[in-house]
Design a protein around this ligand. Structure first.
Ligand SMILES: [Zn+2]
Length: 201
C-alpha cells in the first residue's frame, strides 16, 4: 500500500507548502513533543492571513477542534480541522518566538526562532511579507489557569499523533518546528525534533 508522500519539517527549521483548495494536509507530531507554529496565507493575496484573534472571535473559543475553521482577518475560512488524533490541546494565544525572546531568556548568541523560520521558509518559495501574523501553535500546551494567568507546559500529544487540516482556499501554509530549547514547551527534555507532513487530495 502506498499513501501520500511524507515530508520532513526539520527540527528548528521552517517549511512552506502550497495547498490547493480542497486538499488536506496531515501534520504529524512524530516525536509527540514537538510544537509546530503554523501560518496560512491566501496564495493569491499574501496580505490575507490566518488570524488567531479572528479565529477565536469567529468560533467563540480559544482552542479549536474538529469541525472548526481557522479564518482570516476577512472572516473567511482558511483551514478546517477534519481530524485530530492528539488530545486536542493546541494554542492560539501566544506569539511566535523571535530572537528577542531568546535574548530575554539570557541567550547571548543568535538563536533560531519561529519568526525567522517563517520568513526563511517563504523566501525559499520566492515570497516575502512585511509582517508576522500570530501563529497557530499546534500541539503547544498553554493552559489558562483559574486566575486567568497562563502556564507553559510540555505537549500532551503522543508520538505519531496527527492533525488533518483541509484548505478552504488556495493557500501557502508555513510550519516551524519551534527551536525553543530553554523552556519545556517542546517536552521536558527541551529538545526540538523533526516533525512530518503529508498532503492528501
Ligand atoms: Zn518557536
Amino acid at each position: 500500500m502506498t499513501g501520500p508522500a511524507v515530508d520532513i519539517i526539520p527540527a528548528r527549521r521552517g517549511k512552506a507548502v502550497a495547498l490547493a483548495k480542497g486538499q488536506t494536509i496531515r501534520v504529524i507530531n512524530t516525536p509527540g513533543t514537538q510544537v509546530l507554529d503554523t501560518w496560512a496565507f491566501n496564495r493569491g493575496d499574501l496580505g490575507e492571513s490566518m488570524s488567531m484573534e479572528h479565529s477565536r472571535s469567529f468560533n467563540s473559543k480559544i482552542m479549536l477542534g474538529v469541525g472548526d475553521s481557522y479564518v482570516s482577518e476577512r472572516r473567511r475560512p482558511m483551514l478546517t480541522v477534519v481530524e485530530d488524533t492528539s488530545p486536542g490541546i493546541h494554542d492560539t494565544l501566544l506569539c511566535a518566538c523571535n530572537r528577542y525572546i531568546y535574548e530575554e531568556q539570557g541567550c547571548r548568541e543568535y538563536h533560531r526562532n519561529c519568526t525567522d523560520n517563517l520568513h526563511e521558509a517563504l523566501a525559499e518559495m520566492g515570497l516575502k511579507i512585511p509582517f508576522t501574523p500570530a501563529p497557530l501553535n499546534l500541539f503547544m500546551n498553554i493552559p489558562v489557569n483559574p486566575d486567568r494567568s497562563i502556564s507553559r507546559l510540555p505537549p500532551v500529544s503522543r508520538a505519531g499523533d496527527h492533525v488533518r487540516l483541509k484548505a478552504a482556499m488556495d493557500l501557502v501554509v508555513v510550519f516551524s518546528a519551534c527551536p525553543q530549547d530553554m523552556s519545556p514547551i517542546n517536552g521536558a527534555q527541551k529538545t526540538p525534533r523533526d516533525a512530518h507532513y503529508a498532503i492528501e487530495s
